[in-house]
Design a binder for this molecule. Structure first.
Ligand code: ADP
Ligand code: MG
Length: 611
């Protein structure tokens, strides 16, 4: 338990003990009052102090202020035990709520317990533990079974299976051996592996995720911003109403001053918005925490709020709905041999990260000589040009061929076509095809079940390939043959044509501008991809499209809990106000209701974290 909590508990105990003194027989009146004054000072001094301090800072009205005038007022009209009790229960409520907040923060952070403590490096044949920060990129580290992998890298020897569940929510471990990449933050389970690190700790996946999680509450939701604005008018209004309640009825009816003053003070206690002030941010925090546990990182509660009311989801095709693992299905050369065609394509695509490029390199299979390639230019959405062995090579789609001024042969095979031209002469084409992710169809129908009205697909690929995919998945609208800039203008059109919030789901390759433009940009398969983590508002750690619907469901549920808390807190407060004004509920009941509502709202908030 934290020291703050311990101190508060001792103050509560001391306060109760001092109040006990008031039962001493034959206590003179001044001693009776002094006992409660002392008890009040023990339990409430800090609240009054804060209220006064805030007054000087121009923050006239807050919960401390409400509590201070309510209790000091009670003292003034001779309700000494009541004044102390209000403060006491208020502090008990604060204690409960602090503990709940601390617990939930701790459990969320422990879920994100992926920060590696050390890395093992080998020095003179002995293992030495050093801070991950001190390991330069390109070093060799050794990871033993049961240890967290501290840095991103590639396995250079050994075999093991790694558990990435803390990052992705995916519980199946993955087998790795020589040549496979491993990601920091995952757990090495079975064997000793040697890993060559690909960069420093600061650029590692784990460092970037932790940074994201730590900043997750910087984006405030509308509901939270509203609370701040609301409090600015609410508290003064409540104080004004209390003053009227204290003064007007007794003036009009010439009735009993203390009765109405007492009712006004009850009114003040009941009006304290603590339950809302505490539970709304906590609910968002719990929702974001629960999502991150499933490999869904939401960068702020504002995005969670938008996700909850998304009406249209726009997917990028390659790497999002399809695996993005192309394989070569046909080679149709002209003039030169098929082997040469593939070799030229692989050389030209040497530096590209595009999934098509990756497939061409793996189809070639051999070593690529850097010396042979120069002047590489990337034409986003079209392909690549490069100077290979001193000759100008273009590799890409029809559009790229017209740019190069070369007539491309048409191909009747289905798939993505990579045409090649060398020094202005057409050399043939290579057909590569991708396959649809097994979860994609369920992902689309899952979206409809969670209330999404329209599902759209954008792609730079050919119309026939696009239609094949969208037909198989039941997508409503398809736009094919788009350049990255066309995707941006399509997104603008979609945004202006409807009032629905739009989510865009992409992999961050060629689509970062669209991710930024969407109401909420969701990047998929982000373990290892920097561009996507930067540009997106929501990051799905693995590339499973089912997570899109899951993130919407989590957001809806979180917002539902926020609304429940608002309705519940305001409902109880209104009822208490009425009972207080009628003289049915007294100060004690008002305090109980206030503390009770806050504690229940906090407990309800924590549900947002569960599955
Ligand atoms: P998508 O919208 O499906 O993600 P892109 O915008 O990345 O596709 O690319 C659109 C099309 O441009 C691809 O289908 C391919 O025909 C061509 N293309 C893009 N980059 C390359 C490349 N590096 N090599 C060959 N063709 C490419
Ligand atoms: Mg793409």
């Amino acid at each position: 338990m934290e020291t703050e909590h311990k101190i508060l508990i001792s103050r509560i105990v001391a306060c109760v003990a001092i109040c006990g003194l008031s039962f001493l027989p034959a206590l003179p009146a001044w001693a009776y009052i002094a006992t409660f004054a002392l008890a009040y000072a023990v339990i409430g001094a800090d609240v009054v102090y804060r209220a006064v301090r805030n007054l000087f800072h121009g923050n006239f009205f807050d919960e401390h202020f409400l509590m201070s005038i309510a209790t000091l007022g009670a003292f003034a009209i001779g309700e000494y035990p009541e004044a102390v009790a209000v403060m006491l229960f208020y502090q008990v409520g604060e204690l409960f709520q602090d503990i709940a907040v601390a617990r939930s923060r701790a459990s969320i952070s422990s879920l994100m317990d992926i920060r590696p403590d050390y890395a093992n490096i080998e020095e003179d044949g002995e293992l030495r533990q050093v801070a991950p920060d001190d390991v330069p990129g390109g070093s060799v580290i050794i990871v033993k079974p049961g240890e967290k992998i501290p840095l991103d890298g590639v396995v250079i020897s050994g075999e093991s299976s790694v558990d990435t569940s803390a990052l992705t929510g995916e519980s199946l471990p993955r087998d790795v051996s020589e040549g496979n990449p491993v990601v920091s933050g995952s757990l090495n389970m079975t064997g000793v592996i040697r890993v060559r690190t690909s960069g420093e700790y600061g650029e590692s996946t784990v460092a970037r995720i932790l940074e994201l999680v730590e900043n997750a509450d910087t984006g405030k939701a509308k509901a939270e911003k509203f609370m701040t604005r609301f409090a600015r008018y609410y508290t003064p209004a409540v104080v004004a109403a209390a003053v009227l309640l204290a003064v007007v009825p007794s003036l009009v009816s010439g009735g009993n001053w203390t009765v109405w003053l007492n009712r006004a003070l009850i009114f003040l206690v009941v009006s304290c918005p603590c339950a809302l002030v505490v539970s709304i941010p906590l609910t968002f925090f719990a929702g974001i925490g629960g999502a991150s546990r499933r490999g869904i990182l939401i960068k702020g509660s504002n995005y969670l709020e938008i996700l909850a009311c998304v009406g249209t989801v726009v997917f990028d095709k390659t790497g999002t709905l399809t695996r993005g693992n192309f394989s070569v299905t046909a080679v149709h050369p002209e003039i030169i041999s098929g082997e040469m065609l593939v070799e030229l394509a692989a050389l030209a695509e040497m530096y590209s990260d595009h999934p098509v490029a990756v497939s061409l390199r793996s189809a070639y299979g051999g070593q690529l000589d850097k010396e042979r390639v120069a002047d590489v230019k990337n034409f986003a959405g079209e392909g690549i040009s490069a100077v290979v062995d001193g000759r100008e090579v273009y590799a890409g789609n029809d559009r790229l061929m017209s740019r190069a001024g070369v007539e491309a042969k048409q191909c009747e095979k289905s798939g993505t076509i990579v045409h090649l031209a060398v020094d202005g002469v057409y050399m043939g084409h290579i057909v590569v095809s991708d396959s649809i992710k097994p979860e994609a169809a369920d992902a689309v129908s899952g979206l409809r079940r969670s209330g999404v009205k329209k599902v759209v697909m954008l792609t730079g690929d050919r119309q026939d390939v696009a239609e094949e995919v969208s037909g198989a998945l039941g997508i409503d609208e398809v736009y094919a043959g788009l350049l990255p800039a066309d995707k941006v203008s399509r997104m603008e059109e979609l945004r202006s044509s409807g009032s629905q919030k739009i989510a865009f789901v992409g992999d961050g390759i060629n689509d970062a501008p669209v991710l930024k433009l969407a109401d909420v940009g969701i990047a998929m398969g982000a373990v290892g991809s920097d561009a996507a983590i930067e540009a997106a508002d929501v990051v799905l750690m693995d590339d499973n499209p089912l997570k899109v619907a899951e993130s919407i469901r989590i957001s809806r549920r979180t917002l539902r809990i926020v609304v429940q808390n608002i309705v519940f807190a305001i409902g109880i407060k209104l009822a208490m106000l009425l009972l207080g004004a009628l003289g049915i509920a007294g100060m004690w009941e008002a305090v109980f209701a206030d503390v009770g509502v806050t504690v229940l709202a906090v407990l309800n908030s924590l549900r947002a974290m569960r599955a």
